[in-house]
Design a binder for this molecule. Structure first.
Ligand code: NAG
Ligand code: NAG
Ligand code: NAG
Ligand code: NAG
Ligand code: NAG
Ligand code: CU
Length: 223
């Protein structure tokens, strides 16, 4: 009974506190945690300040606030995509810029993305596209979008972006093209979430869920 309450509270804390932030390429607007469960973090309109981004051999950077997560990146060639259908091909399958994979670790994650290798119709040097990151860390699918102009004349990531992985992630597992991974379950990860609650987590959540954390702390002290 006591364990159930602790697991429940841990799940609740993680649900209100932890998401992911797209760092590069820059998203459509300022990060909004509550809206991240919505298409493009609820930035439905295309932006005109597009990032000039490598057609081949680019990198993206995000920070994860979940210990176990999956990610996929879908791509739209529609000039002003404002719904999920605009990211699908003529057979209604999602156009994948990065196939779904599962990995672990909180903090920064910087990995290669080769958009031309995905062989999406209409993708070439100079194309305006939108990519949407689909992240699942156990509290639902989360979405952030970046509007790009693809360029064959650039590669890598700007030198002022710190492209590092905060933890080693030997466990990256890719899924077949277009196939979404199993949903990450909060219940199955709550035990590890409890045991790995770190100073960084505590700092990140203290504003929103300080009360929940102190309740959790008292329960842990009782246990
Ligand atoms: C584009 O402009 C919006 C509005 O000023 C801003 O929030 C966003 O960060 C900019 N995007 C990029 C990629 O710089
Ligand atoms: C790409 O988008 C930019 C910014 O919105 C726009 O100025 C440009 O005309 C677009 N290019 C093409 C080929 O549509
Ligand atoms: C984008 O999606 C909307 C809604 O499904 C659709 O009406 C529109 O035709 C799509 N745009 C393009 C260019 O496919
Ligand atoms: C981060 O980890 C991913 C997955 O293992 C790897 O593809 C990528 O190259 C790593 N990033 C850096 C900067 O080493
Ligand atoms: C890349 O370079 C070629 C050759 O100079 C040029 O025609 C093309 O417009 C450039 N692409 C972009 C997106 O600037
Ligand atoms: Cu979250």
């Amino acid at each position: 009974m006591r364990f159930t309450s602790i697991a429940f509270l841990a799940a609740l804390v993680s649900a209100v506190s932890a998401h992911f932030h797209l760092q590069y390429p820059g998203p459509r607007g300022p990060f909004n945690m509550e809206n991240e469960l919505t298409f493009c973090d609820n930035y439905g309109q295309v932006t005109t300040n597009r990032t000039v981004f490598p057609l081949s051999n680019g990198y993206y950077l995000l920070t994860s606030e979940h210990p176990l997560w999956t990610l996929g990146v879908i791509i739209s060639t529609v000039p002003d995509p404002d719904n999920f259908a605009n990211f699908t091909d003529s057979k209604s399958n999602y156009q994948m810029a990065v196939n779904y994979f599962e990995t672990s670790g909180e903090g920064s994650f910087c990995a290669p993305i080769d958009i031309s290798a995905a062989n999406i119709a209409g993708v070439q040097d100079g194309s305006n596209v939108t990519i949407q990151f689909i992240f699942d860390g156990g509290d639902g699918e989360l979405y952030q979008c970046a509007d790009l102009t693809l360029s064959a004349n650039t590669s890598g990531i700007p030198s002022d972006v710190s492209c590092t992985n905060s933890t080693s992630n030997a466990g990256v597992t890719y899924f077949s093209s277009g196939v979404a991974p199993p949903t990450i379950s909060v219940t199955s990860s709550s035990a590890s979430a409890t045991s790995t609650t770190s100073a960084a987590d505590a700092k990140a959540v203290v504003g929103v869920s300080g009360i929940l954390l102190s309740v959790l702390g008292s329960l842990l002290a009782l246990a």
